[in-house]
Design a protein around this ligand. Sequence first.
Ligand code: RIB
Ligand code: CA
Length: 317
Amino acid sequence: MTAPTTARKIIIDTDPGQDDAVALLLALASPEEIEVLGITCVAGNVPLSLTQKNARIICEVAGCADIKVFAGRDAPLSRALVTAEEVHGKTGLDGPDLFEPQMPLQDENGVDFIIQTLRAAPAKTITLCPLGPLSNIAAAFQAAPDIVEKVQEIVFMGGAYFEVGNITPAAEFNIYVDPEAADIVLKSGVQITMMPLDVTHKALTTRARIEALRDLNNRAGIFTAEMLDFFERFDMEKYGSEGGPLHDPCVIAYLIQPELFTGRHINVEIETQSDLTLGMTVADWWRVTDRSPNAMFIGDVDADGFFDLITERLARL
Ligand code: RIB
Ligand code: CA
């Protein structure tokens, strides 16, 4: 009998996106470890009108139509939105047959939900899990500086160093879309764990891994296999890899089985001025500066253990 552990209370901030969708399914399938207080949607892979719809579709695929889903910012703090339909398709969830979700979108704005939820909770009891551009998180910190010290931890997907960028030679998409937001978050003083391309590019789909999900023969498994059949093609063509990187589920898997991951607590700063390297995460991996460490930069994952976890949990839905 394992000792009961209290589930970690989290807010997932997301721009679904097939990989975001798998992260949402993994979280919703893991109530012993994770209590999802709400899902706040942000513009990123596709516009907000689609990310908020896609989040509700995924909640219904998971059989969790009671989860509160909010729409947050429809644009970065101070720049025009850049989207990624070339990766995710026009719907953002290309692959499976989609449907009109029946569950409601909450009236409250996602940024206000983040603020009010943190204000109402005891300090250091809520973890923020951003899976897209950091626009909602930064907007909440700007509007309500008092909540920053209330945050238990931010575990986010974004950035890159040795793996270099995926949207430009220097920058990863989530950071590139809203570098000013990322700068606010990285300088906030909150405990941060980041999942950059350095680790997510080691969490690659393979035919066997996708078929194991399809063979679950439940709605979540089949839906996920169909999403990944579409999602992996872009990176396979671009990198010549065997499969596509399952970026965002690394955030949720870390909350459930942190031992799957390894990293280093280092300083990470964001380029917000240079057009050439805008959105670059300048990671002091070799500690060559005296800049204070501000993030656990995750560099490696047990990929077999990661996919075994996803498959085992999605079997529950
Ligand atoms: O660069 C990968 C990240 O950008 C992932 O979060 C993906 O969903 C997109 O948002
Ligand atoms: Ca995402």
